[in-house]
Design a protein around this ligand. Structure first.
Ligand code: NAD
Length: 331
């Protein structure tokens, strides 16, 4: 059995080598992404492991199949950039990695909240200028707050445990009620109830047609004054202009954003200077000491990257050996 792995970064390489050695299976690592130029490298392999933001086009998938490779294992969750017709037409088997480390995302979310509540960005700036005074930057305590979690999936539940560890009261909204959490009486019935009660709103829902820009002027208007907003889920959940208005008015005390509605082509790019970042709205947010922007890094931990690589390789091996895999995605 031989597997080709596309788009392998330096930080993924050791985990790939470890798996290959342990399994005794040849894995060819290619730094380039899978596209029309690189697809012929797959000739002679039994499966391909991939991860990329750019599309898996019909043209690429047709060529991959013509090269004899129809076992395709993604190292990430989302499959929306895979051409579904080409998958069906060529009889591809596709797998994803539905969970690689929910804790990675939850830990960054709470870390950023604590930085906001304890005003560490302000103290960092003051101290760098030799100012070691306290006032007026008095902090808030999480243990006396109510945290409203939107979506109690894997990440929402991991975040919930940490909030509860800090002593916060947790309430949650989800279209599906987890039976264990239901017993704890954590759920509210509507988002409006969550908005009315929460001091902190922690978003952990996928982006769907129904919840696009769910945090808009109307939603902010229903929240407590001085609410804290955390979004490590998807940029599309927040109307950025409405958030800026809510920050300007003080309705929102601060926000931590690991995602941004226009992040594609901007996040994970080095522009060389702050001024060169080609997005004025994003810079407006980034300039604020009560807004913490991170470029979609919540998933980027050693544990998560190892799991993305090794779970995808396990999936691909299963497909090659049995024609089936636990994490097969139906198109
Ligand atoms: P999951 O599939 O385990 O859980 C999703 C939950 O959302 C489910 O409980 C579902 O019922 C609920 N849900 C769906 N639509 C909803 C809606 N309209 N309103 C309320 N709840 C709704 O997913 P997960 O692993 O917990 O991931 C959650 C999201 O986090 C992902 O969809 C993704 O957008 C984001 N994410 C971000 C990063 C990052 O690096 N920042 C990494 C991975 C995932």
């Amino acid at each position: 059995m031989k597997i080709i792995a596309y788009g392998i970064r330096d930080d993924e390489q050791p985990y790939l080598e470890q798996w290959s050695k342990e399994q005794g299976i040849e894995v060819k690592a290619v730094g380039d992404l899978l596209d029309d130029k690189t697809v012929d490298l797959a000739k002679g392999y039994d499966g391909a492991v991939v991860y990329q933001q750019k599309p898996y086009t019909a043209s690429v998938l047709d060529k991959l199949a013509a090269n004899g490779v129809t076992n395709l294992s993604l190292r990430n969750v989302g499959v929306d950039n895979v051409d579904a017709d080409a998958v069906k037409r060529n009889g591809f088997k596709v797998t994803n990695v539905p969970a690689y480390s929910p804790e990675a995302i939850a830990e960054l979310t709470v870390t950023q909240l604590m930085r906001l509540l304890r005003r560490t960005p302000t103290f960092d700036r003051k101290q760098a200028n030799g100012d070691l005074t306290w006032a007026p930057d008095i902090a808030d305590e999480l243990n006396s707050m109510t945290v409203g979690i939107v979506a109690t999936g894997r990440i929402g539940r991991a975040a919930m445990k940490i909030y509860q560890g800090f002593g916060a009261k947790v309430i949650a909204y989800d279209v599906f009620h987890n039976p264990e959490l239901e017993k704890q009486g954590i759920y509210v019935d509507t988002l409006d109830e969550l908005y009315a009660q929460a001091d902190v709103i922690s978003l952990h829902a996928p982006a769907t047609k129904d919840n696009e820009k769910m945090l808009n002027d109307d939603a902010f208007g229903k929240m407590k004054d001085g609410v804290w907003i955390l979004n490590p889920a998807r940029g599309a959940l927040i109307d950025t202009d409405a958030l800026i208005r809510a920050l300007d008015s003080g309705k929102v005390a601060g926000a931590a954003l690991d995602v941004y509605e226009d992040e594609v082509g901007i996040f994970n790019t080095d522009f060389g200077s702050f001024d060169a970042i080609p997005d004025e709205r994003l810079k407006n947010l980034m300039k604020r000491e009560n807004v913490l922007v991170t470029p979609h890094i919540a998933f980027y931990t050693k544990t998560a990257v190892k799991n993305m690589v090794q779970f995808a390789l396990n999936n691909n091996k299963q497909l090659i050996e049995t024609g089936k895999a636990e994490n097969e995605v139906k198109f």
